[in-house]
Design a protein around this ligand. Structure first.
Ligand SMILES: C[S@@+](CC[C@H](N)C(=O)[O-])C[C@H]1O[C@@H](n2cnc3c(N)ncnc32)[C@H](O)[C@@H]1O
Length: 251
C-alpha cells in the first residue's frame, strides 16, 4: 500500500486522503507555516500531511484523530523524523477540540468532513481554537449539486461514507463564522490519482489479497472504480477551501 501511496500521492505516511505532495507544498504557503507557528491537523490519521508540513517548515504541530492505531504510527514517524518543532499527538473528536480559544495559528484537515456527520460542529470547533488572523485550509469530497436520483445513488456508491451534507460548505463556513479567502477545484487531480490507484491495486493484486483477504481486496478495487465512474460522470468533486476567521478575525 505504501508503494501505491508513493506512486499516487508522492508520500509514504500511510495516508488515506487524496492530498498529494504537490498539494501539501501549496498548503505550506497558504497557511504561512514556519518555525514558531502552531499547526493543528484534525483527523490526522497516521500523520499525513500534518507531520510532513511540520517537517518541511519547522512549525509546531498537533495531530488529532479518534482511532489510536493511526496515531501510534504517527507518533513513531514523528520520532523517526526528528521534527525540529514541538509535536503533540492526541485522540480527540474534531467537534470537541480540547484546546483553549485561539491557540492555533493554522488549521488543516484533509478529506475529513466527508468522513463524519457533524461537519458544522467541526467547523465551529476549529473556529474557536484558531487565533485572530489565523487560517484554515481543508479539502473535502462533495457531491455535484442538483443530481438526479440515479446520479445521487452513483455518487453515494463512489464517494466517502459521509459525503452527504444538509448544507453547502460555503454556507456552513459562514455559519461557523469563517470567511472564504480562496477556493480550488481539485477534481481533475483526484480523478487522475484514483486511476493511478486502481493501476497500483491491479499491480499488487496478489499482495493486497494476501494482506486483506480476497473479498476486501475485491471491494477496494470495486469502490475505487465506482469513484472513477462517478467522477467521469461529473457527480463527485474534490474541493479545497482556504478560510480565515470572519470580521478580520475578531471574536
Ligand atoms: C480521509 S481520512 C484522512 C486521514 C489523514 N489526514 C490523511 O490525509 O491521510 C479522514 C480521517 O478523519 C478521521 N475522523 C473521522 N471522524 C472524525 C471525528 N469525529 N473527529 C476527528 N477525526 C475524525 C478518521 O479517523 C480519518 O483518519
Amino acid at each position: 500500500m505504501l508503494e501505491i501511496e508513493r506512486a499516487v500521492c508522492g508520500c509514504d505516511y500511510g495516508g488515506t486522503s487524496w492530498t498529494t505532495r504537490g498539494q501539501a507544498d501549496k498548503i505550506i504557503d497558504m497557511l504561512k507555516l514556519k518555525p514558531g507557528r502552531r499547526l493543528l491537523d484534525v483527523g490526522s490519521g497516521s500523520g499525513w500531511p500534518g507531520l510532513y508540513l511540520a517537517r518541511w517548515t519547522g512549525c509546531d504541530v498537533t495531530l488529532t484523530d479518534l482511532p489510536l492505531a493511526g496515531l501510534r504510527i504517527a507518533r513513531n514517524r514523528a520520532a523517526a523524523d526528528q521534527l525540529k518543532g514541538e509535536y503533540r499527538i492526541l485522540s480527540a473528536g474534531g467537534a470537541a477540540l480540547p484546546f483553549g480559544d485561539g491557540w492555533f495559528d493554522a488549521i488543516h484537515h484533509a478529506d475529513v468532513l466527508c468522513c463524519l456527520v457533524e461537519k458544522l460542529a467541526v467547523l465551529k470547533s476549529c473556529r474557536r481554537v484558531v487565533r485572530r488572523g489565523g487560517k484554515m485550509v481543508f479539502s473535502v469530497i462533495v457531491m455535484a449539486p442538483n443530481l438526479t436520483a440515479a446520479g445521487h445513488k452513483q455518487a453515494m456508491e463512489g464517494g466517502p461514507a459521509f459525503i452527504e451534507s444538509s448544507a453547502t460548505y460555503p454556507d456552513m463556513l459562514r455559519e461557523a463564522n469563517w470567511e472564504i479567502a480562496g477556493h480550488a477545484d481539485l477534481t481533475a487531480e483526484f480523478l487522475e490519482s484514483s486511476r493511478q490507484h486502481v493501476t497500483g491495486q491491479e499491480t499488487y493484486a496478489r499482495e493486497i489479497a494476501d494482506a486483506f483477504g480476497k473479498d476486501m481486496a475485491c471491494e477496494m478495487v470495486t469502490r475505487r472504480r465506482a469513484a472513477i465512474a462517478a467522477l467521469e460522470n461529473g457527480l463527485l468533486r474534490r474541493e479545497l477551501f482556504d478560510a480565515a476567521p470572519a470580521g478580520n478575525g475578531k471574536g
